[in-house]
Design a protein around this ligand. Structure first.
Ligand SMILES: Cc1ncc(COP(=O)(O)O)c(C=O)c1O
Length: 409
């Protein structure tokens, strides 16, 4: 990683934008005028290609092609075709990734399939893990009558020493810390346990090499840094050799070896395809297909490097304001977002939004700024931090309208 000077003035930020090798990617996005979008870690913005692909799918493939489009537009192969395009972004091989369902459902399917095969059938999850991961673990363990253990983030590596299945995010949704995947995989391999990686805050942002670190199971969102659209389907990775050992607890017809034989007897498809349960949402698959175009020919390491610099700028300015930075200082250890702690976090986020700067808030007191490198500029971060400085310094957040909680924060 080459070091670039930290901007000390807006002109410095402008100079970095002029020299930015990723600057051209911004044109691929449909960004509303006057909005600085620092929430790509929650819902990535629309791209021209994604919306065009939805339009074509709706107007031509569905309206004109009707049911025949399952074959002529190859809708039936979307789960594998999209999976094959995501595979290189996470260091997986073609045929090891399928796009289907949500992360919640895929965590359930994977955990239920893996638990019977590990030593010590305890399902483990960290107590500051994304809530859905905790709820699914608890729900599944209760359903099948196996123990479930909540462990601390500091203690999860140790907990793996006795086997079991650990559900763990590579990048923490709270502070953005990147886990040492290799250390966890080594511990799991030694103990006869397994890890299901949640790559929701990783894919399209942090360069991971699933094969290289020995990872066998993962799932993740496509609506964050992959910009697949609201409610875009999740993806699921199972290492090729491991797939044949696993049974999908939701053995739907599209995970069957030959769905159009309509046999009464379930026979799983080869590989990860057995985890596709039912009919894919084609309009969402179409959006994701268009959205992935912007990643063609780009290296995830370059994306992470720029996100790191944008985040460093945010952290430097937040520290100068005396704010509580909750994310790692070292951008190599940090995912795509930076979290700041402030007791008035929610009204501050609302006051920023009134100025067209969108960030998000996580209870009890965390403001998150996401640094999607494909469309954000250094000046965007500079200006957002100027606004934050003014709002915090002059307590501009302390207006009744900024305290009214929306359902989605
Ligand atoms: C780490 C993590 N896991 C899972 C989810 C939710 O996944 P889904 O809604 O696809 O079930 C999110 C959503 O933000 C997340 O951040």
């Amino acid at each position: 990683m080459t070091t670039l000077p930290m901007p000390n003035a807006r002109e410095d930020a402008e100079a970095l934008d002029r020299a930015d090798p990723l600057a051209d990617a911004r044109d691929a996005f449909l960004l509303p005028e006057g909005i600085t979008y620092l929430v790509g870690h929650s819902l990535g913005p629309a791209t021209q290609k994604a919306t065009a692909r939805i339009e074509t799918t709706a107007q031509e493939e569905w309206a004109q092609g009707l049911v025949g489009s399952w074959n002529t537009a190859d809708w039936i192969h979307y789960p594998q075709a999209l999976g094959d395009r995501i595979a290189p972004l996470i260091g997986a091989k073609a045929g090891e990734v399928a796009v289907c369902d949500s992360v919640s459902v895929n965590l359930f399917k994977l955990a239920a399939a893996i638990l019977p095969l590990v030593r010590d059938k305890t399902l483990m999850v960290e107590d500051d893990e994304f809530p859905t991961d905790q709820y699914v673990a608890e729900g599944l363990a209760g359903l099948i009558g196996q123990p479930m253990q909540r462990v601390s983030r500091q203690g999860s590596l140790d907990a793996l020493q006795s086997g079991g299945v650990l559900i763990k995010s590579v990048v923490s949704y709270r502070d953005g810390l990147i886990a040492d995947m290799r250390a966890y995989e080594e511990a799991a391999a030694k103990a006869g346990g397994a890890i299901i990686w949640d790559l929701s805050h990783t894919v399209g942002m942090v360069p991971v090499a699933l094969h290289e670190v020995g990872a066998r199971f993962a799932t993740g969102c496509t609506y964050k840094y992959l910009n697949g659209g609201p409610g875009a389907p999740s993806f699921l990775f199972v290492q090729m050799e491991a797939a044949s050992l696993l049974s999908n607890p939701i053995p739907g017809w599209l995970g069957h070896k030959e769905p159009f034989v309509f046999s009464s007897r379930y026979e799983p498809a080869e590989g990860v395809q057995r985890f596709v349960a039912g009919t894919p949402g084609i309009l969402s698959c179409a959006a994701l297909s268009g959205a992935l175009d912007v990643f063609e020919g780009r290296r995830v390491s370059d994306l992470h490097e720029k996100a790191g610099r944008l985040g460093d700028l945010c952290i430097a300015r937040a520290q100068a304001l005396g704010l509580d930075v909750r994310s790692p200082d070292d951008c190599r250890k940090r995912g795509g977002h930076v979290s700041l702690g402030h007791e008035a976090g929610y009204p501050i986020v609302r006051a920023l939004a009134e100025r067209g700067i969108q960030a998000d808030f996580r209870t009890p007191d965390t403001i998150r700024f996401g640094f999607s490198p494909l469309f954000l500029r250094y000046v965007d971060v500079w200006d957002a931090m100027d606004a934050l400085a003014e709002i915090v310094r002059d307590r501009l957040w302390d207006e009744p309208r900024f305290h009214v909680r929306a359902k989605v924060t």
